[in-house]
Design a protein. Structure first.
Lengths: 472, 474
């Protein structure tokens, strides 16, 4: 497919994200909510759905659901639970307690780092099911020799976050999931690990010609990483465009992403879809968080990643991209503290973005600040600064002392000029190309100077000296 | 059977005073069971050994509980730890709950002795106890007749003197109708007054546990023991158990009592039942109540709404019996077929009928016309009762249209069977309390009960009137 063909189609994606809440206990009983325990050890009559047992809602789960809703700019409204009825052995009651037409959170949005707003239709509470293992046959329930079920997960609280179909590229879908994860982690509502299943993403994908109504959508399941999400959306978009351009129709269905062959496959068609026979759950009472409870939750929320990025941009002049990386690494507070200690914003950001991926270790905002001042004053070259920084992270200490111990001292310009002149004399042909404006040769000369000076030269000074000689 | 020493109050007082041993009390009741249980079949299981052991413990230890040494029969849809709880269904074959229902815990904490698990219509669906997988219970007053249902075993056990008290559950009349047919007192408390935790659900928004007793005072005593907030039941009302025994002598002077015209005149109400209801109204008037006619127009729609709402909830509540985790499993080539084979073999005809009805009522495209409409009717019924209770403190009606009918008379005609509950169902839909009090006999010599209805949490007023009727019953 050529680029022009794709550009005549519009991709429409909506995401449904399930997150397990980091509550101490399950949503309707007192059993531990703990991933990875021995199977069927965190169970009781309630989460096993034994005859006669009844659910009692966990207040902390409501609290976390509100944290999520308020963080996604949703309205929190009085809500009720419904029963979603279907038979499956990992669901102890053969119905799932979920929210249907009155979810706790509605109508919000999530802002991506590039400023795009993705609408949030709802974020509702529900219970998780158990976990099945189908042994033998094709590993599917219908042809398995036998199946094992672990009910530890049954009754773990979930919030399902449903986006509006506002996503128009795989890249934005990934950015949405990454941003959502950052928010969930920041507010402590979930550890949001796709690989452990505490965050599960389904994608609704359709294509249409610009100006036309939305096309028929397919729901893609089994997306276990943001990489799978992106690949699956791209594959599915192509599949649908190919069908439509061949004059065929897209059939509404649920499709399964296969990581190995890089394709989506039919899981069940619309005709096979369940009739869930939703009706209000009579064993639970409505949830109506009053204004005071909502305010308490709102007041306890930390500054969210978007706010932190904005703050960093405003205070340091960082680009949105740099701010995104620094906040994702949780280094923004450290950078701002270092700025307050007199650091040089540009240098702080460069190091935070490139040289502090493994954390700040024994580095202090004051020493970080002092080091960037030395760098800005020309007392340290960029290369030397990186070395000093590594030492400060590993062992702490004073940057001046560290630089001295390493033998770093600024070379004076005349010494440097002599080395540059020698190099030009030895390399007339590259210098001629430099003179003719071939910028790529700059790196060659700077590298040679660094080699000759064991990294003590300042690259910017070398470039200036070269330019002076080229124009002479 | 209601001579003072055989009432729960009499037994508890004697045991407390050291005049009778709990062991003697239990042996007397076991002897009565041995004498007549063969023909009546009130129990799915008589807990003779357990009851003897519990009685010995009472005699050795604490005799201060409100029900110390009192045998109580427990409907077999209430969970009892380690003791089979069958709901009179094959589908729960072999299942022993790992926990006690809250009401059972409260009974035991009060010193009561569980003497056995009583028979019922399968999953409490029925009005004659003929829908039991283990065979019908018979009416102690005439064993060719049904005891009513679904709590027929609990009603018969009390009527036959097998226990002075029993627990039942009432979803559409399952305590009050068998109480009427067996000539005992039966109470359906306000929804939420008694915990449902451990009551195997039939229709969650309607189910309520309540007492059977030979006297109004005993019923009050048992209700005091089991009522009160339970944090394990989200629909439990957050208030302590009401004081009932202490108000029993208060009389009805000045109370406004409405005779429910829609129910007295309902189609199928037998003349003798109507006559006894009128006599009860006169008796209350004679005792000082202001008696007038009352109307709850939407109550006539109760039966129709009930047979959509209750089966809808049941279709969901009974989904869990799938052969996967407990109870009956019929093996089949894959999980789906195993679910199907187990449910086909495990459920009886009436349960299957209601699961199908309820599944249909909730299906996409039918929900609004059936379940949704029924909920609107329910709202109307609640509103009409509220309006009536602005004028009246209590309402009065027949409990059951007729006296006990012969076994087999209605089993092939579900609709006629359903009509048994025409007077009792509206209170379940409204969530209000109601009780049946024995009030003389019919032309056939069999017991008749009249029903007292009260607004939510109006139990105390209701019991006052019940005590008056008990005192003057023909």
């Amino acid at each position: 497919m050529t680029a022009t063909e794709v550009s005549t189609w519009e991709l429409v994606v909506g995401l449904e994200v399930h997150v397990e809440l980091a509550t101490a206990t399950k949503i309707f009983c007192g059993c531990r909510n703990q991933f990875g325990d021995e199977p069927n050890t965190n169970v009781c009559p309630v989460c096993l759905g034994l005859p006669g047992s009844l659910p009692v809602l966990n207040r902390q789960a409501v609290d976390f659901a509100m944290r999520i809703g308020l963080s996604l700019n949703c309205s929190v409204q009085p809500s009720i639970f419904h029963r979603k009825n279907y038979f499956y052995p990992d669901m102890p009651k053969d119905y799932q307690v979920s929210q249907y037409d009155l979810p706790i959170n509605t109508d919000g949005f999530l802002e991506l780092p590039d400023g795009t707003r993705i609408g949030i239709e709802r974020a509702h509470l529900e219970e998780d099911t158990g976990k099945s293992t189908h042994v033998g046959g094709g590993g599917r329930i219908h042809d398995a020799g036998y199946s094992l079920v672990d009910y530890n997960r049954a009754g773990v609280p979930l919030v399902e976050i449903v986006s509006r179909p506002d996503i128009h590229s795989a890249e934005h879908a990934r950015a949405y999931v990454n941003e959502l994860r950052a928010i969930l982690v920041a507010i402590g509502a979930s550890d949001a690990k796709m690989e452990e299943g505490s965050m599960r993403v389904d994608a609704n994908v359709s294509v249409n010609r610009p100006g036309d109504p939305w096309g028929t959508r397919c729901e893609i399941k089994n997306l276990n990483s943001t990489r799978s999400l992106g690949r699956a959306i791209d594959y599915e978009m192509r599949r649908q465009i190919d069908l439509l351009e061949a004059g065929e129709r897209v059939v509404q269905e649920t499709r399964h992403w296969n990581e190995d062959d890089g394709r989506t496959h039919t899981l069940r068609s619309k005709e096979e879809a369940f009739d869930y026979r939703y009706f209000p759950e009579p064993d639970l009472v409505p949830i109506a968080p009053d204004a005071a409870w909502q305010e308490e939750v709102r007041a306890s929320l930390p500054v969210l990643p978007a706010g932190r990025r904005a703050q960093l941009v405003e205070r340091t002049g960082a680009t949105p991209e740099t701010a995104g990386v620094v906040v994702e690494r949780d280094l923004d507070a450290f950078v701002l503290d270092s700025l307050a200690a007199g650091g040089v914003a540009g240098r702080l950001l460069v190091h935070a973005e490139n040289n502090l991926a493994d954390g700040t270790g024994r580095l202090e905002p004051t020493t970080f600040a002092a080091m960037t001042v030395m760098e800005a004053d020309g007392a340290l070259t960029a290369t030397q600064a990186k070395t000093v920084l590594q030492e400060l992270v590993a062992n702490g200490g004073d940057p001046v002392a560290v630089a001295a111990a390493k033998g770093f001292e600024a070379m004076d310009d005349s010494a440097l000029a002599a080395i540059v002149d020698e190099l030009i004399a030895a390399n007339p042909e590259p210098f001629q190309r430099f003179r003719e404006g071939d910028g790529k040769v700059t790196g060659f000369f700077v590298g040679q100077v660094m080699k000759a000076t064991q990294g003590k030269a300042d690259g910017k000074v070398v470039t200036r000296l070269l330019q002076e000689r080229a124009q002479a | 059977m209601s001579s003072a020493e055989n009432t729960a109050r009499g037994i508890a007082a004697a045991v407390r005073a050291g005049e009778r041993s709990a062991v003697d009390v239990v042996e007397e009741h076991l002897a009565r069971i041995a004498g007549r249980e063969g023909e009546i079949h009130a129990f799915n299981e008589v807990l003779a050994d357990e009851a003897r052991a519990a009685a010995e413990a009472i005699d050795r230890g604490d005799r201060s509980g409100a029900l110390a040494g009192v045998p109580v029969a427990v409907k077999d849809n209430l969970c009892t730890r380690g003791i089979p709880t069958t709901c009179s269904s094959k589908i729960l074959e072999g299942w022993r709950p790992p926990y006690d229902a809250t009401v059972v815990s409260r009974l035991l904490a009060a010193g009561a002795i569980n003497i056995g698990k009583t028979n019922l219509d399968e999953f409490a669906m029925g009005s004659s106890t003929e829908n039991s997988a283990f065979g019908p219970t018979r009416n102690p007053h005439d064993t060719s007749r049904v005891p009513g249902g679904s709590s027929g075993g609990s009603a018969a056990a009390v009527a036959a003197g097998f226990a002075p008290l029993s627990l039942g559950s009432d979803t559409g009349g399952s305590i009050r109708q068998p109480a009427a047919l067996c000539g005992v007192v039966g109470v359906k408390p306000t929804y939420g007054l008694v915990s449902r935790y451990g009551l195997v659900a039939f229709a969650s928004s309607l189910d309520q546990v309540g007492p059977f007793a030979t006297t109004v005072a005993d019923a009050a005593l048992l209700l005091e023991v089991i009522a009160g907030h339970d944090p394990m039941d989200s629909t439990s009302i957050e208030r302590p158990a009401p004081s009932l025994v202490e108000v029993l002598e208060a009389g009805v002077d000045g109370l406004r009592v409405g005779v429910l015209r829609e129910m007295v005149d309902a189609e199928g109400i037998a003349p003798d039942v109507r006559r006894r209801t009128e006599e009860a109204a006169e008796a209350l008037a004679a005792a000082g109540a202001k008696v007038e006619e009352a109307s709850v127009p939407a109550a006539t729609l109760g039966l129709s709404a009930y047979y959509l709402i209750a089966p809808a909830e049941a279709s969901s509540n009974l989904a869990r019996y799938d052969g996967v985790r407990y109870g009956l499993r019929v093996d089949a080539p894959n999980t789906g077929l195993m679910n199907e084979a187990s449910r086909t073999a495990g459920f009886g005809a009436e349960v299957k009928r209601r699961i199908m009805l309820g599944t249909y009522a909730l299906s996409a495209g039918y929900y609004d016309a059936y379940y949704g409409k029924a909920q609107q009717v329910r709202t109307l019924i609640i509103r009409d009762f509220q309006a009536a209770y602005e004028q009246f403190d209590l309402l009065l009606s027949p409990t059951s249209p007729t006296t006990a009918f012969p076994l087999g008379a209605k089993v092939d005609d579900p609709l006629t069977m359903y009509l048994n509950d025409v007077c009792t169902i509206p209170t379940n839909l409204a969530g209000d309390p109601a009780m049946s009090v024995p009030f003389g006999a019919g032309d056939d010599g069999l017991p008749i009960g009249v029903q007292l209805l009260a607004p939510a949490l109006g139990e105390a007023t209701m019991f006052r009137a019940a005590a008056v009727l008990e005192g003057v019953a023909p």
